[in-house]
Design a binder for this molecule. Structure first.
Ligand SMILES: Nc1ncnc2c1ncn2[C@@H]1O[C@H](COP(=O)(O)OS(=O)(=O)O)[C@@H](OP(=O)(O)O)[C@H]1O
Length: 400
């Protein structure tokens, strides 16, 4: 070593060691992350092909139309059969308890029929669902904070539900529900109290006694492999994708069936507390499954992978929104000129949908159109595809 460099040697050694240490630690961090990101691929291979027998209990006003759109798209692109409402119906017998014969192609005493996907509105009734779905079906559902679910329901079903018809606001209804809500007025009132409990097939007017509630929660735990939470929609989709072993693009969606900001009125804090008491069964249900949802995310994915997949999902959604959606935002009914894309309007709500960007090529139009097709039109379209020999579903509001 030349003498003029001798003093530098320990110094250089120090830097070299530091550089090595940094490289190793960076590499370790990178590899750790990368291995985790590779896990779905590796695990997917180990665990087998995507799950294609799926039953989604479509609860009301819980982002369930967005989930239905995801399932319909998956069915269409994978050539799967869907348990569709028979004849001119657009739901599977709701609000009556589901019966197998509400499904098109299923006849009492007729040959056995099994479908891959089931997701139109129905009131859950396991023995009858099992008659049309394969034994290895994956069952899942979605819940929403009952305060916001009830707000959405009130506006949407204002003219339809006897309990809501003659009251000026949800705030007024909750201040004195006994004045407006009459149990004996039949099933139509189910939208006014514990709607999610009702959709699960339970008695929405039952007293919220602890033993009863616990027993029903255990029923739901036993039957449904997964219960998602609407407030955490993206996390929900990441978890769903993981459990079904689907691709990221299979669970990308645009929010459907949204109320316009002008149709949203929020309850006061006092009104919210009343809503929780009035819908005590739904409140217990929601609290329980909100807890299990986060516990499940922790065990199935862990925070780092969850964050990374949610970010990927959101980036892909933004990309598709820029590609597909005219002006990149939802529109009200008068702005949607293509009737195939105009969502059903109900009650006092202004329900938003999407128009497609003009000038898209055929393949892109197909992809985008599927993503923005509302529930009724999509149900009708799949029905015609699946039963070309039957009269098509006639959706009267489309002509209006
Ligand atoms: N992705 C996503 N994330 C969070 N929330 C979402 C999403 N998609 C739809 N929504 C909200 O869900 C409400 C509509 O629910 P449903 O489609 O279940 O209604 S319906 O029962 O089928 O009529 C409706 O709620 P409100 O706007 O409060 O009425 C939608 O805004």
């Amino acid at each position: 070593i030349p003498s003029r460099w001798r003093g530098l040697v320990p110094h250089r050694c120090f830097w070299a060691i530091l550089l090595l240490a940094l490289t190793v630690s960076l590499l370790a961090g990178f590899l750790h992350k990368d291995v985790r990101l590779l896990m779905p691929l590796l695990k997917g291979q180990a665990e087998g092909p995507p799950i294609t027998n799926v039953m989604f209990l479509k609860t009301h006003k819980t982002a369930s139309s967005t989930v239905l759109n995801i399932l319909f798209r998956f069915a269409e692109t994978h050539n799967l059969s869907v348990a569709l409402p028979a004849g001119q119906r657009v739901h599977l017998g709701y609000p009556w308890l589901f019966l197998a014969r509400y499904v098109e192609g299923v006849e009492e005493g007729g040959p056995e029929q099994r479908f891959n996907i089931m997701c139109n509105h129905l009131r859950f009734n396991l023995p009858e669902v099992r008659k049309v779905m394969p034994n290895d079906t994956f069952y899942f559902s979605i819940l929403r904070n009952p305060v916001f679910q009830l707000e959405s329901s009130f506006i949407y079903y204002k003219g339809y539900v006897p309990a809501f018809r003659d009251v000026v606001s949800l705030e007024a209804f909750l201040a004195s529900p006994g004045t407006y809500y009459n149990e004996s007025q039949g099933l139509r009132n189910a939208y006014a109290r514990n709607g999610m409990w009702f959709d699960l097939g339970f008695d929405n007017n039952a007293p919220a006694e602890d033993a009863y509630v616990r027993a029903r929660l255990a029923d739901v735990e036993r039957r449904f492999q997964l219960v998602l939470i609407a407030e955490h929609f993206d996390e929900s989709m990441v978890l769903l994708r993981h459990l079904l072993r689907w691709r990221l693009d299979d669970v990308v969606s645009f929010p459907l069936n949204l109320r316009s900001p002008g149709s949203v009125t929020s309850l006061t804090p006092e009104g919210q507390e009343r809503a929780k008491r009035w819908c005590a069964l739904d409140w217990r249900l929601y609290q329980h499954f909100n807890r299990t949802f986060w516990a499940r995310l922790r065990t199935e994915l862990g925070p780092r992978r969850l964050r990374s997949e949610v970010a990927q999902l959101q980036a892909r959604q933004r990309e598709l929104q820029a590609l597909c959606v005219q002006d990149g935002a939802p529109k009200n009914k008068s702005q949607i000129t293509d009737l195939r894309l105009r969502p059903y309007q109900s009650g006092e709500a202004d329900i938003l949908g999407y128009s497609l960007r003009p000038g898209l090529d055929n393949q892109t139009v197909q992809l985008c159109q599927r993503m923005v097709t509302p529930e009724l039109q999509y149900t009708a379209r799949l029905y015609t595809q699946q039963f070309p020999e039957k009269p098509p579903k006639n959706i009267p509001f489309l002509g209006a």
